[in-house]
Design a protein. Structure first.
Length: 339
């Protein structure tokens, strides 16, 4: 096995496309979006003697006071052949983290934060054996650890049958009331979407990213990012942003106006996007995160479309400086409490 700084992004995307639930947040497209935001993102891979990728990971460097840490969103990605072959997968994973620690980590590195598909217990086994002087900690999720996923290889009739009856009713109602689903076409359309997000945030009392975050996703995402709007008459009454990557369409952000909410436009918007994804040959439709405690309304809305719940296992920190890490986690809790 060999450790590589991967610079051929076609190889990266081709590898990701072969994995189940292709991860947009590990793709070169997401790297381009991060770069547009002024963030440095790099890709490291483990390859075999023929340069075939066995494991890959896009990671981002963040500063924290005089320290730094690395975050691997939805990564690292281990070739699906080794998710079941645990012994081989273990060796590849051990090799990756050993090389990462030896070649990337320096004395200013506080921790590595990652979101693997492997079980937490299996992660602990790997780290206890290979890195007995360091700690492995389950931490607060960055990306939602649970989502709902639809199997788009089912027929349209089967997808409708799997829905909650109220969801089917709301889709029919929205159609009957002549709600139209349209695609964003112009750069200015991102401003329309951001205004809808602001309205939704104020109504539901949740915080948003900075405006430039959504703009960068839309403008740097090229053909992998789409925004669809629900329109009634001359009014835009709902909108949603999606990534189309590999075998998976992922619902990233959604919003709706305060007016005409009785038309149930978000239901029709989701359904038409599901049908479009199916028509384009995608295998999975990822609703992008559920949490009954934090987002009960959104979680029930997504559950109404059926599918199955999927657990991404959550976020884990590989702690390199335990004392400073405790101070960091305390400061993080205080900051979240007052946000």
């Amino acid at each position: 096995m060999k450790f590589r700084h991967l610079e051929n992004y076609d190889d990266l995307n081709n590898f990701l496309n072969k994995q189940d639930f292709s991860q947009f947040l590990q793709s070169s497209c997401w790297r381009d979006i991060l770069q547009a935001q002024g963030q440095e993102a790099h890709v490291l891979s483990v390859v075999d003697d023929d340069e075939n990728i066995l494991l890959t990971c896009l990671f981002i460097e963040y500063k924290y006071k005089s320290f730094k840490y690395y975050y691997m969103p939805r990564g690292p990605i281990l070739d699906k052949r080794y998710l079941e072959n645990k012994e081989a997968g273990r060796k590849i994973t051990e090799f990756f983290f050993k090389k990462f620690k030896d070649l990337i980590v320096d004395r200013y590195t506080l921790f590595l934060r990652f979101e693997p598909k492997f079980e937490y217990a299996h992660i602990k086994e790997i780290f206890l054996e290979r890195f007995s002087n360091f700690k492995i900690e389950r931490t607060l999720d960055i990306q939602p650890s649970k989502t709902r996923i639809l199997d788009l290889e089912k027929s349209e009739e089967e997808l409708l049958e799997d829905m909650h009856s109220k969801t089917r009713y709301n889709i029919r109602l929205s159609k009957r009331k002549e709600v139209e689903i349209i695609s964003a076409k112009e750069d200015a359309d991102i401003d329309v979407f951001i205004n809808l997000l602001k309205t939704t945030g104020e109504r539901n009392k949740f915080s948003l990213h900075q405006e430039k975050h959504y703009t960068n996703i839309y403008k740097s995402g090229k053909d992998k990012i789409k925004i669809f709007f629900a329109k009634h008459g001359d009014d835009i009454i709902a909108g949603a942003m999606f990534s189309f990557f590999g075998d998976t369409v992922t619902y990233l952000h959604g919003a709706s106006a305060n007016e005409k909410r009785n038309l149930m436009a978000p239901h029709l918007l989701q359904w038409q996007t599901i049908l479009k994804s199916k028509e384009k040959g995608f295998k999975y439709y990822d609703f992008g995160g559920i949490n009954e405690k934090k987002w009960p309304g959104v979680t029930r809305f997504k559950a109404g479309f059926g599918g199955r719940e999927y657990d991404f296992k959550g976020t884990v920190d590989f702690v390199l400086k335990p004392i400073d890490y405790r101070l960091y986690t305390l400061a993080r809790k205080i900051r979240r409490k007052f946000l």
